[in-house]
Design a protein around this ligand. Structure first.
Ligand SMILES: CC(C)(COP(=O)(O)OP(=O)(O)OC[C@H]1O[C@@H](n2cnc3c(N)ncnc32)[C@H](O)[C@@H]1OP(=O)(O)O)[C@@H](O)C(=O)NCCC(=O)NCCS
Length: 161
């Protein structure tokens, strides 16, 4: 059965959404958090991801079921372009939430006029690499560096809100 996820932007001044974000991060395994943030401690990853929505250089989007927030994805804008990253809580992985989130970010980037986004994934992160291949089939991988692979992911222009 296909699960449908609702997508909503996460704003730091929205207390209800931020509380749900903290609950989501508390449910994520240490391994998932470290994969999302490329190492470090799970505690540091939770702090980073909780602080992200307050930054001016980013957009954070959450995937919700009827009951709760089950995944969160961000795009960071800097002088080099747009970098995206996705996290889905363990119990909801492999059910399409990551695809929905990455697709949404790709659409946002295209609407912003970007031709591509980048994503950095651990070289052994099968799920992360598979997700990127699925959502951005025209992607190109750079050579692994320090255990990370950066993917350049062309986005399709002409999406509509
Ligand atoms: C990577 C991640 C976001 C994928 O989210 P998800 O909701 O499980 O992804 P989906 O269900 O939409 O799956 C999309 C594709 O990813 C690949 N994939 C996902 N999980 C996989 C796994 N455990 N093993 C192999 N491939 C996997 C598959 O190609 C899948 O497509 P398919 O189901 O049609 O075969 C999730 O595993 C996660 O949060 N991991 C920890 C954080 C992380 O590694 N983020 C990557 C940095 S961008």
């Amino acid at each position: 059965m296909t699960t449908t996820f609702e997508m909503f932007d996460v704003h730091a001044d929205d207390d209800v959404t931020m509380r749900e974000l903290r609950r989501l991060l508390a449910r994520c395994s240490d391994a998932a958090l470290r994969s999302r943030c490329h190492g470090g401690t799970a505690g540091a990853a939770r702090l980073l991801l909780e602080a992200l929505p307050a930054r001016a250089d980013q957009l954070t989007v959450a995937a919700w079921t009827e009951q709760s927030m089950v995944g969160v994805a961000s795009m960071i804008f800097d002088a080099d372009g747009i970098e995206i990253a996705v996290l889905v809580e363990d119990a909801w992985q492999r059910r399409g939430a990551g695809t929905a989130l990455a697709t949404r970010l790709g659409e946002e980037a295209a609407r912003d006029g970007a031709l591509a986004v980048t994503a950095s994934v651990g070289a052994t992160n099968t799920a992360g690499l598979g997700l990127l291949r699925k959502v951005f089939p025209a992607l190109a991988f750079a050579a692994p560096r320090d255990g990370l692979i950066t993917a350049v992911c062309p986005v399709v222009t002409g999406g509509s809100r």
